[in-house]
Design a protein around this ligand. Structure first.
Ligand SMILES: [Zn+2]
Length: 222
């Protein structure tokens, strides 16, 4: 089964998360807003009583070394509420800066707050993205019918996470998402690590990027 995980917003907890993922040999995609970083770490906001810090721009390539990077816009606005020219700039500039920073093609996109409209979806496609993820959960597996409104299987803290995995087995792919800042105490980290180990032990498990689900494989020359 194809396993996909992606994590949004690029915060300091990602450093601990990538160490854990590396230990288990699990791949992941990180969805970043390159316009929101200062050279050094900066306080961002408070989540359930815990301070959330953004990583520093200078450390991003090292922290995410070996992982897939996708575009989450330049500054995380509600895209559907912006004039379309401004939304386009957020989408295009986010992608261009991430490609320059990480030196890898950026073909994935995640809507900030999961919100979009038809005009925004078209702008995302035209900017060179092969899929755009929403926050809606697919009924089973991954909803790939409209790549610009892709629905993953569930959030990583979904109460029915394992039931959704069971349903996803029949479809061949399972995709969960979240934010590492939602891991607010040691017991949550322990539980996530146990979940990750269980996922890695799935028969035939192979970690993929979301783009792997949406981009046609290159045909090799005869
Ligand atoms: Zn976000």
């Amino acid at each position: 089964m194809k396993l996909v995980q992606c994590w949004d917003d690029g915060v300091t907890n990602d450093e601990r998360l990538v160490a854990l993922l590396r230990r288990h040999g699990a791949g992941a995609t990180f969805n970043l807003n390159p316009g929101l970083y200062a050279p050094q770490r900066q306080f961002g906001w408070v989540h359930r009583g815990t301070d959330v810090w953004r990583l520093g721009l200078d450390e991003l390539p090292e922290v995410y070394q070996g992982f897939n990077i996708a575009n989450h816009t330049l500054t995380h606005p509600h895209l559907a509420q912006l004039p379309i020219a401004e939304a386009r700039r957020e989408i295009q500039e986010g992608r261009a800066r991430l490609q320059a920073l990480f030196g890898q093609p950026v073909t994935g996109f995640v809507y900030p707050f999961g919100t979009f409209n038809a005009e925004v979806a078209q702008a995302v496609r035209e900017a060179g993205h092969s899929y755009a993820r929403t926050t809606r959960a697919a009924d089973a597996g991954v909803d790939q019918r409209d790549p610009m409104a892709a629905a993953p299987s569930c959030h990583f803290l979904a109460a029915d996470f394992w039931e959704r995995l069971a349903r996803a087995r029949e479809t061949g792919c399972f995709w969960f998402w979240g934010h590492s800042y939602e891991l607010i105490n040691e017991s949550m980290w322990t539980a996530f690590e146990a979940s990750l180990a269980r996922l890695c032990a799935e028969p035939g498990a192979v970690w993929c990027t979301p783009a792997d689900l949406f981009e046609a494989p290159q045909l090799s020359p005869p």
